[in-house]
Design a protein around this ligand. Structure first.
Ligand SMILES: C[S@@+](CC[C@H](N)C(=O)[O-])C[C@H]1O[C@@H](n2cnc3c(N)ncnc32)[C@H](O)[C@@H]1O
Length: 314
């Protein structure tokens, strides 16, 4: 007899999507997917597959309890979870079949590890990611805001004769998750990326994703477990040209005093992870600390701020 599975189903509000994709593998549930009806992309549904033998009722209740706090930062209750028992499903096809090549902006393509580049997207810069190993599959609006902002910056540098792309830039990626932002920066021509995340699983995921993209050699990407201090050590005390930081607004706020160690003179910071209504407060704190907000971008309810030192000439 084949394996029997529990299929978990729940509505996935945009705010919680990426946290769920990130948290479930940490709780021992690596087979996760998001799907939506073709006519209603906003009606996202989370699916996960759990072997029945490993997940008796008390374990499943424990899982539900562990997921419940994910809604707290957004004042949301976790939507109800439905469990369906199913036999003999080819799970690898089930969950993997929900992932598609994901074009971002005009130049980038985020590709799950097992898919080939579609011929019609062969001219895009490919970032291969093993989804589920850490936050940063490319589907969350805050990750997309950063990827698009990287592309915008690359375009501006080219128009100013400083390109191609991000050529020559030293990049710092704080809260690197899957490593997706640093890998995109390297694809766009950056010279090096130093990355850090307080979660050791993110360090491992970043290393693995760098290898998947052939970007793990030649000192292109270095990564460590830790926060601003560990990242500053990786940068050997020389601030980067570009700081990427996609973490929730209160965390960014607490990290502002560390930015001068991470960003050198003339450097640009891309800060995301903030809800649109958190932007004015964060801008006030940034200005008070000597940073100028030179660009604001929004997607859904999420925002991105592009900053420079106020002492840099506009
Ligand atoms: C929203 S995810 C971003 C992941 C990826 N950079 C992206 O854009 O998709 C935020 C990441 O920051 C990490 N993080 C949270 N607080 C941090 C801190 N104080 N220092 C370093 N990393 C932190 C989390 O572990 C998580 O991996």
């Amino acid at each position: 007899m084949g394996l029997v599975w529990w299929r978990l189903e729940m509505a996935a509000p945009a705010e919680l999507e990426e946290s769920l994709l990130w948290k479930l593998p940490l709780l021992g549930v690596p087979r996760v997917a998001l799907q939506h009806p073709p006519e209603a992309p906003e009606r996202r549904q989370l699916l996960a597959w759990l072997p029945e033998s490993d997940w008796p009722p008390d374990q499943r209740q424990e899982l539900e309890r562990a997921l419940a706090p994910l809604g707290q930062p957004f004042n949301l209750a976790l939507p109800p979870i439905r469990w369906h028992r199913q036999a003999d499903e080819d799970w690898s096809l089930s969950w993997k079949s929900h992932w598609r090549p994901d074009p971002v902006g005009k130049r980038l393509l985020v590709l799950p590890a097992w898919l080939e580049v579609p011929p019609e997207q062969a001219d895009r810069l490919v970032i291969r990611i093993d989804p589920g190993s850490a936050f940063g599959t490319g589907s969350h609006p805050t990750t997309r805001l950063c990827l698009e902002a990287l592309e915008t910056l690359a375009g501006e540098r080219e128009r100013a004769g400083q390109g191609p792309g991000l050529q020559g830039l030293r990049v710092a990626d704080l809260g690197c998750g899957s490593g997706i932002l640093g890998l995109a920066a390297l694809r766009l021509g950056a010279a090096t990326v130093a990355a850090a995340d307080c979660d050791p699983l993110a360090e491992r995921a970043t290393r693995e994703n760098a290898a998947l993209n052939g970007l793990d050699g030649a000192q292109a990407l270095t990564v460590t477990t830790g926060s601003a201090e560990a990242l500053s050590e990786l940068l050997a005390g020389r601030g980067a040209d570009l700081l990427l930081c996609n973490i929730l607004a209160p965390v960014i706020e607490a990290l502002i005093p560390c930015f001068p160690q991470l960003l050198g003179p003339g450097g640009v910071g891309l800060l995301s992870g903030l809800l649109v209504d958190q932007a004015p407060g964060l801008e006030r704190d940034l200005q008070a600390a000597g940073w100028r907000v030179e660009q604001r971008v929004e997607q859904d309810r999420w925002g991105l701020l592009r900053i420079r030192s106020a002492s840099d000439v506009a």
